[in-house]
Design a protein around this ligand. Structure first.
Ligand SMILES: [Zn+2]
Length: 146
């Protein structure tokens, strides 16, 4: 998705007119109109304000493909509600809100420790099945490759 489409979709979802969106972002209606026509793209500061105001991710606003799973625990992030946030409120779409918050990670040091921590929250199989699955899946995620 291109930025212009992402911005238009965001505004429609919020049920706002161009005027209303412009007022929330302290820009002119013409600026919003230019973004949606694809004539201009919001600058970085404005993107941050948009992301913060509407709980959207900057990557999504820029039309970049989303990482659909948390890069720590593998949880799907597709509905957007599980996105983590930076300390300043900007959405971080790499991680879920349980693994990353207040500007830092809140996870165990090792994969095995982490699996034991999240095991009680998983209910799709026996503990051994879940352990075996996570031991395979987690090392493929960006966080554990560091
Ligand atoms: Zn997570």
């Amino acid at each position: 998705m291109e930025p212009k489409d992402a911005l238009l979709e965001l505004r429609k979802k919020q049920g706002l007119s161009q005027d209303e969106m412009a007022a929330k972002l302290f820009v002119t209606r013409q600026a919003v109109s230019r973004w949606e026509n694809g004539e201009t793209v919001p600058n970085t500061d404005t993107l941050k304000v948009i992301a913060k105001t509407f709980g959207a991710s900057i990557n999504t606003l820029l039309g970049q493909p989303r990482n659909l799973i948390c890069q720590v625990c593998g949880m799907p992030l597709e509905d957007g509600e599980n996105y983590s946030k930076e300390a300043d409120g900007v959405v971080n779409d790499q991680y879920c809100k349980w693994c990353y918050y207040d500007g830092g990670f809140h996870v165990a040091q090792t994969v095995d420790q982490f699996i034991e921590d999240i095991l009680p929250h998983q209910s799709w199989g026996t503990p051994d099945e879940i352990r075996a699955f996570l031991r395979k899946q987690l090392p493929q995620l960006a966080y554990w490759q560091k």
